[in-house]
Every structure is written in structure tokens, then in C-alpha cells.
Design a protein around this ligand. Structure first.
Ligand SMILES: Cc1cc2nc3c(=O)[nH]c(=O)nc-3n(C[C@H](O)[C@H](O)[C@H](O)COP(=O)(O)OP(=O)(O)OC[C@H]3O[C@@H](n4cnc5c(N)ncnc54)[C@H](O)[C@@H]3O)c2cc1C
Length: 189
């Protein structure tokens, strides 16, 4: 089997790694940045494990404002950013580059609002698919699009991949069940 060739990293960005890590800590706080080798290795691949690349750094913001600030910073300094949910993508979607920051949303996992009358839930993007169903189960509800990775995969990944499962034959895939998103562009807007 021949693997796809991955791009060579930008040496200027690689050389600036220590400063980039310090800047990310300045933006999101120390607890949100993973820069040591063992920690970064966790994020070197997704479920397509044939490909691996150690990311420059990993940042796990806890708010939309921090996501925007990281993207604004990365844009200003010409640094690539790879968004990541749970890394269950089977097609390398969350595969990092060596000169890229991985921006993971796993700490943004709260349920913000439940409106049973209108069959509506507002959640943060890093919540796992199954956690949405768990949050409304007591009232006899469930979140319909159900990829078989639902214990681990996040709504962020579901949105990016338009995921679905067995329930989708009746209820539609992710796009048929999402009313709106608050999103940050790669420019940080
Ligand atoms: C065992 C197993 C079973 C699976 N079963 C199914 C199934 O039944 N149906 C199905 O559809 N899929 C299935 N999948 C594939 C995978 O689980 C889905 O694609 C899932 O939606 C990915 O979610 P994730 O949180 O893991 O996303 P990730 O793998 O982390 O990311 C997926 C893509 O989304 C992008 N992304 C992530 N977060 C963001 C964000 N905040 N903003 C912008 N882009 C973002 C990433 O860059 C990447 O390109 C399965 C995978 C596994 C390993």
C-alpha cells in the first residue's frame, strides 16, 4: 500500500515553536495548552492511524472567545490550525501537520439550554453525541443522528462530517437536526 505524501513543515514556524507555545498560554492560560511530547503524541493521529504527525502544540480552549483569539493569532502569524473533536474521523480529517496547532474543543462540552416544548437543545460544540441524549433521556427524548462512535464523537465532528447512524433513516442526518450554529471563521471573526 502506498501512503499519501504529507507536506513538509514550514521551518520558520517550527523554529518559533517555543514562542508560539508562550503566546498560546498567554491567550488561553497554561491549563489549556499541551506542549510536551507525550501530551502532543495523543493528538498525532485520528482513527485513520496509518498517518501520524506530531503537532506543534495543542490548545483546548473553554470558550468561543478563546477559540476566536487563537484563530486570530494563528492567522496573523501564518500558522496552520487543525480543528479536532474526539479524533474518531476515519479519513484523516483531524490529522495534524507538524507546523500546525491542533485546536481541540473537548473542554467545551456543556449543555446550555433545554427547551422540550420546542424540541430544541443548545449545547457547546465539544459535547459528545451520546451526552446530548443522556441529558434529555429523563424526559423521554433523544438526539436522533447516532453514529456508532456516539460514545466518543463530538457534535463538532458530527457537524463537519454530517454524521449519522441507524436513526437517520427515519430522522435525517446531522444537517437535518441542526437549527443553527455560532461559528468562528479561520480569521477569528
Ligand atoms: C468505531 C467508529 C464508528 C464510526 N461510526 C460512524 C457512523 O456510524 N456514522 C458516521 O457518520 N461516522 C462514523 N464514524 C466516523 C466518526 O465518528 C464521525 O465522522 C464523527 O462525526 C467524528 O466526530 P469527532 O468528534 O471524532 O471528530 P474529529 O475526528 O475530531 O474531526 C472530524 C472532522 O471535523 C473537523 N472538526 C472537528 N471539530 C471541529 C470544529 N470545532 N470546527 C471545525 N471543524 C471541526 C476536524 O478537523 C475533522 O476534519 C465512526 C468512527 C469510528 C472510529
Amino acid at each position: 500500500m502506498s501512503l499519501i505524501e504529507l507536506p513538509l513543515p514550514d521551518s520558520a514556524v517550527m523554529n518559533a515553536r517555543d514562542q508560539i507555545v508562550r503566546d498560546l498560554v498567554g491567550i488561553c492560560g497554561e491549563g489549556a495548552v499541551i506542549s510536551d511530547e507525550d501530551g502532543r503524541r495523543t493528538f498525532e493521529t485520528d482513527a485513520l492511524t496509518a498517518y501520524r504527525r506530531m503537532p506543534l502544540a495543542v490548545v483546548l480552549p473553554t470558550s468561543t472567545e478563546d477559540v476566536a483569539a487563537v484563530l486570530k493569532y494563528a492567522k496573523a502569524h501564518g500558522i496552520k490550525v487543525v480543528p479536532r473533536g474526539a479524533g474518531t474521523s476515519l479519513c484523516g480529517g483531524a490529522l495534524p501537520a507538524e507546523d500546525a496547532i491542533v485546536l481541540g474543543v473537548s473542554k467545551m462540552n456543556r449543555v446550555l439550554e433545554l427547551d422540550y416544548q420546542n424540541r430544541f437543545a443548545r449545547v457547546e460544540t465539544g459535547i459528545t453525541n451520546l451526552a446530548i441524549s443522556a441529558a434529555v433521556a429523563e424526559e423521554g427524548f433523544f438526539y436522533a443522528p447516532d453514529p456508532s462512535s456516539q460514545l466518543a464523537c463530538t457534535l463538532a465532528g458530527n457537524l463537519a462530517m454530517n454524521s449519522g447512524g441507524a436513526h437517520c433513516l427515519k430522522y435525517g442526518v446531522t444537517t437535518n437536526n441542526v437549527l443553527g450554529v455560532k461559528l468562528v471563521t479561520m480569521d477569528g471573526e
